[in-house]
Design a protein around this ligand. Structure first.
Ligand SMILES: [Zn+2]
Length: 169
């Protein structure tokens, strides 16, 4: 029987020292999360969890693409994802111990692998994702040109001229 790997799991229930999970993250996965950064995608993810003393060493590898919004034309664009990230998860109650690499969860809490896969993929998105030059939605491109300052920007603002003469005096 083929069982789906759970995206939220109880670490305490892992029987082996090393457990490996594979996931295929698709549009439904991203759209099911409470987030707006990633609109969809298709990513193959591999998660390896190693039990080390009282903590869990988690390696998350992701390959594929995600769909984000182009900041120029607002159309969808694909963004390649090819990353490996690392986390240490331990049980506890002191959340101030948490860092980018250390996750503290309560005894009864499930470890939300899906959320971390999303976060690590989202971290690869540039601040201002845009299509390659010429790949933007042509209609939007036209509009952008209309509103762009164009050649006139070469003209010096008269107010700036005034200010300059003040400084030079
Ligand atoms: Zn675009």
């Amino acid at each position: 029987m083929a069982c789906l790997n759970p995206l939220k799991l109880s670490l305490r229930q892992l029987e082996n020292t090393v457990t490996e999970f594979s996931y295929q993250l698709d549009d439904a996965f991203y759209q099911g999360l409470e987030q707006t950064e990633i609109k969809g995608g298709l990513v193959q993810a591999k998660v390896v969890i190693k039990k080390v003393a009282d903590a869990y060493d988690v390696t998350l590898t992701q390959q594929g693409y995600i769909v984000v919004e182009c900041q120029r034309c607002l159309d969808d664009m694909s963004w390649q994802v090819d990353v490996t990230d690392h986390l240490v998860v331990k049980f506890g109650t002191d959340l101030t111990e948490q860092t980018d690499e250390l996750v503290v969860i309560g005894e009864q809490e499930l470890f939300d692998i899906g959320w971390y896969l999303f976060e690590f993929a989202a971290l690869t998105i540039p601040i201002c994702p845009t299509h390659e030059e010429g790949e933007c939605n042509p209609e939007m491109e036209e509009k952008l040109k209309e509103y762009a300052p164009g050649e006139k920007s070469d003209e010096i603002d008269p107010r700036w001229e005034q200010l300059k003469s003040l400084i030079n005096n």
